[in-house]
Every structure is written in C-alpha cells, then in structure tokens.
Design a binder for this molecule. Sequence first.
Ligand code: GLN
Length: 250
Amino acid sequence: MKRLSIVVVALLVVGVLLSACGGSAGAAKIKVATDATFPPFETVDEATKQVVGFDVDLIKAIGAKAGFEVEIINSGFDSMLAGVGSCQYEAGIAGITITDERKQQMLFSDPYFAAGQLVIVRKDNSDIVGRESLSGKTVGSQIGTTGAIEVGKIAGAKLKTYDEFNQAFQDLMNGQIDAVIADNVLSLGYIGKSPDKLKAVGDVFTGEDYGIAVCNKNAELQTRINKALADIKADGTLDKLVQKWIVAAQ
Ligand code: GLN
C-alpha cells in the first residue's frame, strides 16, 4: 500500500514537472495589430474569415525564428498606430511606411519592402495625367496613411478621407471623387480587378519603406525582430513571400 502511494506521488511529481517544462518551452505570444483592408499585405479571407497576406506570413516567419508566437489583432489603420504608440499592442504590421513623424511614437524594424504612392483615376479620364494635375480636384485616400498625407501636400487638391481604401476606390469608380492616392501594390491590385474602370497616371512619386512597428518601450523585441528579418532576407524566405503574394498576383 505504502509503496503504491509512493509510486503515485512520484508519477504526480513527474507529471507536474513535465507540464511545467511544456509551459516554459511554449513560446511567448505577442499581440500584433494590423488593418486587414490592404491586400495583398493583409486582407480577410472570405471563406475562412482569417486574416491572411504577405505581412501575416512574414510576421509568423519572424516569430518562428525569434521564438515568439503571434496573435494577430485586426483593428483600423489609425487605431493600430495609436495602439502601438501606447504599447497596447507590442507590434503592428500593415504595410506601414517608416516615417520620421511615426518614429516619434514608436520603434520600427529594418525595412522589408520598398513602395511608393500612385495616382489612380477612372479609365475614361483624360485631364488628370499625374500628381501635377490635381489642383482643384477631390482626391480620396485612407485616413492616417501616407497617401492622405501626400494629398495634403498638393496645392489646391481637396482631400476626402475614408476608413478603408476600398471605399475610396468605390467612390472613384462611381464618379464621387476625381482620383485616389494610394500605395502602388494595393493600387495595381484594384486596377487589375477593374481594368475597364481604373488606371494609374504618372509614376510612383514617393519612395517609402515598409517596416514593422514596435512599442517604443520594447527595444529588445525590435532587436529580435531585426535579427530574424535579416535571416529571412538571407535565406530566401522574404523573396518567396514576394513571389507568392505580389508577383503571382500581378
Ligand atoms: N503605407 C501606407 C502608410 O503607411 C499605407 C498603409 C496601409 O494603408 N495599410 O501610411
């Protein structure tokens, strides 16, 4: 009887130890906010209702290398930036352009994608030939984005902001506004879906780098992300994601 209880206790102790080990071996989970209205970087898959895209694959690959699990939180673009700024979220990924203004509120990883702004008009428009013809025009963009900031820099252009780029492109196609200014890859996706209704005019007119935003109290996380990102660039994973989400989609 005594011997049996010793065995039971021993088994219990082993069990507790094993589960404790399992717990500590399990990677920490970090909250990463996004705005899943920016295909092909992040969008909600209609069938599965999951957030999918280039950025989702990238942050998961970074987490796998750096030893953390990722919990994706889908918030609006503006609230994502505010939430990373206040450290409500540990990080944010949403094709976020690294800018000096944003660097006052948050840390950024090294760049992972080069992008820029484009002017998009209706296919039948002939008077807007680029950024230089937007004075007196109503130009739509998503609130808080570098596209909206660029509209604000064009003398005489009227900015109309939207919660999502999708609404701006809808309004453009319906004739409510004259043009949209948005990131090049996103814009080419919309043009690709409605080539009889939309076209780009002029060249990409800004040079921007996307980076992962990090809570400014967590320089250690920024360092871990940068190390993993460097590995992912070196081992070809980043190139594969570009092929999968961007080249294949065009
Ligand atoms: N790259 C742009 C920015 O950072 C737009 C990003 C987005 O709309 N998700 O403002």
